[in-house]
Design a protein around this ligand. Sequence first.
Ligand SMILES: [Zn+2]
Length: 81
Amino acid sequence: MQYQYHCACCEKVVDSTEKSCPHCGSHHIRSPFGFWIFCLVACLVTTLVFKAVHVYIQSQQEKPAHLSILDVLQEENKRFR
Ligand SMILES: [Zn+2]
């Protein structure tokens, strides 16, 4: 599990309260949450794409649905004749 902050220069574990690496003095501290933020964004994008595809499919299915309603009404008219 990579829940620790790491130095981007020497790859050593750095305390989360440290602003710079105590080993090499670098300010490039890699956050362990970058990966999780990426995961969340990826999940969100996937959900949005699925929603968009679902709405698109529903809008495509509405056109024949109107025709079928007309068909049903025509069938009803035939029955009353
Ligand atoms: Zn370092």
